[in-house]
Design a protein around this ligand. Structure first.
Ligand SMILES: Nc1ncnc2c1ncn2[C@@H]1O[C@H](COP(=O)(O)OP(=O)(O)OP(=O)(O)O)[C@@H](O)[C@H]1O
Ligand SMILES: [Mg+2]
Length: 278
């Protein structure tokens, strides 16, 4: 079953693009993965491909869908199991396009529906700006995953962020997969305190795994490589790998919850906290 995840935070520089890339690389070892670069800055596209403009990108696909309702989607193959729909700076123009303002949600619904069955995971690198493009994407994904940095304003910021995201109009409630701390220094008392406080206030929304701050991430970025290709055995590559495993565990337990809900399995059927499915 395919799962679509938007990587989003309204704060810039928290690692949305790095998270998209590293989750995608990690999962593409075993699953078929598509990344969609939704940010007009197109940093993700630049990080994995050498051409800055591709004839078929998110803008050209959206424009075609808007004009004739037909998708024409030809993702770039980054590796056998990893594909990309590139970003384009012209995506910024859609924010003021009146047709797109009215039909953005439908356009992205059509886009994701057309490709969903070809992939196990579709990961969207969202821009910081909370405009019509982001809202249209958030309304159509299965879940939202939030990278955050452990700064003084984190808790207040999370509440504001969750309120913000809840403005997206959607028929079924938005599913926040979780929040994780990037650029984390585990020996810094302040970072430990922020994580503890976040866990206290937001409970299971906070993932266990953090990703440490490491110059290797920027070095890999600057040399247009993933952290796995650049330095596979580094501690930060291992953090991203463990993060990708924790996210998969969450997704698995979410789908188990759904199976349980759908089949109306009652609490008495649980033994030692383990669901007993017949
Ligand atoms: N764990 C990390 N350790 C060190 N540097 C990091 C780490 N994660 C990300 N960075 C660096 O921080 C910068 C911002 O990261 P990134 O571009 O992923 O954030 P973003 O949220 O996508 O930013 P934007 O809001 O501009 O889209 C980049 O230079 C990246 O290489
Ligand atoms: Mg980015």
């Amino acid at each position: 079953m395919s799962h679509t995840i938007a990587i989003y935070n309204f704060k810039g520089g928290v690692g949305k693009t790095s998270t998209t890339l590293n989750l995608a690389l990690s999962w593409s070892r075993s699953f078929k993965v598509l990344m969609i670069d939704c940010d007009p800055q197109a940093n993700l596209t630049l990080a994995v491909s050498d051409q800055s403009r591709h004839p078929s990108n998110l803008f050209t696909i959206s424009k075609k869908l808007l004009h004739d309702g037909q998708p024409d989607i030809q993702p770039i193959q980054i590796s056998y199991y990893l594909h990309l729909i590139p970003g384009d700076y012209q995506m910024a123009g859609l924010e003021s396009n009146s047709q797109f303002i009215s039909f953005g949600q439908v356009i992205f619904y059509k886009l994701l529906t057309a490709i969903k069955n070809h992939y196990d995971f579709i990961i969207l690198d969202c821009p910081t700006h909370f405009g019509v493009t982001v809202k249209s994407f958030l309304a159509n994904v299965d879940s939202i995953f939030i990278p955050a940095i452990p700064d003084s304003f984190s808790i207040h910021g999370f509440r504001k962020l969750l309120q913000h995201i809840s403005q997206v109009e959607k028929e079924i409630p938005l599913n926040i997969l979780g929040i994780y701390f990037n650029l984390f220094r585990k020996k810094t008392l302040h970072h430990q305190q922020v994580k503890r406080q976040a866990e206290k206030e937001l409970g299971k929304l906070i993932l266990n795994q953090c990703v440490r701050e490491s110059i290797r991430v920027s070095e890999a970025h600057d040399s247009n490589q993933s952290i796995y290709n650049f330095l596979e055995n580094s501690a930060v590559a291992s953090d991203f790998m463990k993060l990708s495993e924790e996210v998969i565990e969450r997704l698995n337990s979410m789908s188990l919850d759904r199976i349980i809900d759908e089949h109306g399995i009652e609490d008495e059927k649980y033994s030692d906290g383990q669901p007993m499915l017949n």
